[in-house]
Design a protein around this ligand. Structure first.
Ligand SMILES: Nc1ncnc2c1ncn2[C@@H]1O[C@H](COP(=O)(O)OP(=O)(O)O)[C@@H](O)[C@H]1O
Ligand SMILES: Cc1cn([C@H]2C[C@H](O)[C@@H](COP(=O)(O)O)O2)c(=O)[nH]c1=O
Length: 216
């Protein structure tokens, strides 16, 4: 039975790596996949993993009808056995409905990958719709970790090294960006709530304000 599967998690937990592995294993068995992505850090039409692998993908731009795209491709003689959809959080809800239609009406498996919540802990519209429609939601087995060692469950955004909770929902970026730019860090909920990033904890530890006061 074809399925719409949503592999969800924080940033940097291995989603794109898994997407590329699924594509590799299927291609090794002669299956022909179609990759979609949107706003990958590596640039337009790229599906990239931090492990260094990158492959071509169709950019699922705003307003694009993914169902019609697949139907067109098949009617022009192209072969499509399954779909990979990375950065699915950035898709419009209507495009997630189109993915569900691809599963139900065209009988194709759709493997989608995306972060669940934004830097304010709010669901992305694409992820919300995937939770509503997916046959299966999977959490990746490799845990991303907070600086404290707990499982990271949330994404923090930093600007100039400071954690922020206001701003545009979509700002493409990475977890290893220089402190001067917009960057991201994965945290456990406790430290996201307290706005404690690794940078702020390190700065606090060096601050004279928090050094033990001599008793004599
Ligand atoms: N140098 C490295 N050696 C081994 N694993 C790495 C290295 N760099 C990144 N990774 C792995 O890659 C994961 C990020 O993979 P990626 O597919 O880019 O994540 P996502 O798509 O979820 O943001 C990290 O959690 C880590 O497990
Ligand atoms: C939390 C958050 C993230 N983003 C962006 C940053 C990255 O470009 C992608 C996530 O990519 P990854 O492969 O899962 O690391 O999403 C954003 O635009 N807004 C946010 O709140």
């Amino acid at each position: 039975m074809p399925e719409l599967v949503f592999f969800s998690g924080t940033m940097d937990c291995g989603k794109s790596t898994l997407a590329l592995q699924i594509a590799h294993n299927r291609s090794a068995r002669g299956l022909q996949g179609l990759n979609f992505t949107r706003d990958d850090r590596a640039g337009e039409g790229k599906l990239s993993s931090r492990l260094g692998l990158v492959t071509e993908a169709v950019e699922a731009v705003q307003g694009m009808n993914l169902y019609a795209y697949v139907v067109d491709r098949v009617s022009q003689g192209g072969r499509v056995d399954y779909l990979i959809v990375d950065e699915a959080q950035f898709l419009e809800p209507v495009q997630i409905d189109q993915l569900a239609r691809i599963v139900d009406d065209l009988g194709l498996d759709v493997f989608s990958f995306g972060i669940t919540t934004d830097f304010r802990t709010k669901l992305f519209p694409g992820s919300r719709r995937l939770f509503e429609l997916a046959d299966r939601v999977e959490t990746l087995q490799v845990e991303a970790l907070c600086w404290c060692g707990a499982r990271a469950t949330h994404n923090a955004r930093t600007v100039g090294g400071e954690m922020v909770v206001e701003g545009a929902q979509v700002v493409v970026g990475d977890v290893s960006s220089p402190a001067a730019e917009v960057g991201y860090e994965v945290l456990c909920r406790r430290h996201h709530r307290r706005r404690m990033t690794s940078g702020s904890v390190h700065a606090g530890a060096l601050s004279p304000d928090v050094l033990p006061v001599a008793s004599d």
